[in-house]
Design a protein around this ligand. Structure first.
Ligand SMILES: [Zn+2]
Length: 87
């Protein structure tokens, strides 16, 4: 688990009791919640067991939606050979 370095943690405050407090709407996310739970909160997509954030800025929401859609960073082809290997 590499939660410490995850960008979504820039938008929550970790409380002394272990919970996370959303800096946009003030929603408390349970201490045992995974970072994907926090992402779903920001993503605006309902049905993932966490209320959605109605105050998250559009750019953050977009970035989080991208992260959820691409859990592993895509390889970026930098030359023809790599593009061929990539395909
Ligand atoms: Zn929120």
């Amino acid at each position: 688990m590499v939660m410490q370095n995850h960008p979504v943690l820039n938008y929550v405050e970790k409380l002394d009791d272990g919970r996370f407090n959303c800096l946009f709407c003030g929603y408390y996310i349970a201490a045992e919640a995974s970072d994907s739970r926090i992402k779903w909160h920001f993503s605006g997509e309902k049905g993932h067991g966490v209320p959605i954030c109605d105050k998250v800025p559009e750019d953050v929401r977009g970035a989080v939606q991208f992260m959820l859609a691409h859990p592993i960073p895509p390889r970026v082809p930098i030359c023809q050979n790599m593009i061929r290997d990539y395909l």
